[in-house]
Write a protein that binds this ligand. Structure first.
Ligand SMILES: [Zn+2]
Length: 287
């Protein structure tokens, strides 16, 4: 159906200071945004993730949703991104994809979604001589995107190379003031020997960069993958009582294993939760 405003020409007259001229019609902008979204590398399985379909059952999910909405409203006048962290199944990736789509549709931003592990694999593949792409062919869009989602930070086993490559992405985006939305199920532990901590996985320099460039938003919730979507209140209660991953049981687990004495907590960024309420992702359940 041709557009009612421009009848398919994609241009529409606009009068400014008494002078009429042609400007791009809104339908053109919408079409460009949809085209850019197709190129944004959002995996098919997240195609239905929107801000409007994000389920917020817990206080931390409601808080995360508010921050996501604020980010979208203020874009591009935002100087910080978001780091959404917490256990599996609380909606971190859903929210990140919702933000990405919203800024692309309503703000005309160019953006990309990369799963961290996939990005590292693409970069690694360029070292293979049979691949014509260079490292910078892969990293260019990642470094230059108006907004970038880097999903599941810390899922890749760490190494000097992993830390350097991710450090390059984080630093470049930080220096050029391009906001990034990270998701991660790492924990913000001050213990640099804790394998699931940001410091251990990314190195302390990148960990501090992340603190400077992002608002850290800790998310807890009902694991939708365990109780299923639109679960009844009864089902949620049963889950909270029985699952080792429920906030109640995690709290118990944390309080029964005291923190080693004499260890200072790392400085948490503004807005980050000050209590570590969960011990990290469950083994064997990355997805
Ligand atoms: Zn039109």
């Amino acid at each position: 159906m041709p557009c009612d405003v421009c009848h398919g020409t994609r241009w529409t007259p606009e009068v400014r200071d008494g002078v009429e001229r042609l400007v791009r019609c809104d339908c053109w902008r919408a079409e460009m945004a949809e085209r850019h979204l197709l190129e944004a590398r959002i995996p098919q399985r997240y195609s239905r993730c929107e801000l409007s379909t994000f389920e917020h059952d817990t206080d931390s999910q409601r808080d995360a949703f508010r921050r996501a909405s604020t980010f979208v409203q203020q874009f591009p006048s935002v100087d910080r991104g978001l780091l959404l962290y917490g256990p599996n199944g609380v909606g971190k990736t859903h929210l990140a994809v919702g933000i990405l789509k919203a800024v692309m549709r309503t703000r005309g931003a160019r953006g990309f979604f990369f799963e961290t592990r996939e990005l590292l694999k693409l970069v690694r593949d360029t070292y293979n001589r049979s691949v014509a792409e260079t490292e910078m062919d892969v990293l260019g869009p990642v470094l230059k995107a108006d907004v970038l989602v880097l999903d599941d930070l810390g899922a890749e086993r760490t190494s000097d190379w992993v830390q350097e490559t991710l450090g390059l992405v984080v630093n470049t985006r930080y220096n050029e003031r391009r906001p990034t939305i990270f998701t991660s199920n790492l924990v913000d532990s001050p213990d640099s020997t804790e394998p699931r901590s940001f410091i251990y996985q990314l190195g302390s320099r990148t960990r501090s960069r992340l603190a400077e460039m992002c608002d850290w938003v800790e998310m807890h919730g009902v694991d939708m993958r365990e109780v299923g979507p639109h679960a009844s209140a009864d089902a949620v209660q049963r889950w909270q009582r029985s699952s080792p991953a429920s906030p109640d049981n995690l709290r118990k687990a944390t309080t029964t294993s005291p923190r080693p004495k004499g260890q200072a907590r790392a400085t948490l960024p503004a807005g980050a939760a000050t209590e570590l309420r969960w011990p990290g992702g469950r083994a064997g359940n990355d997805r």
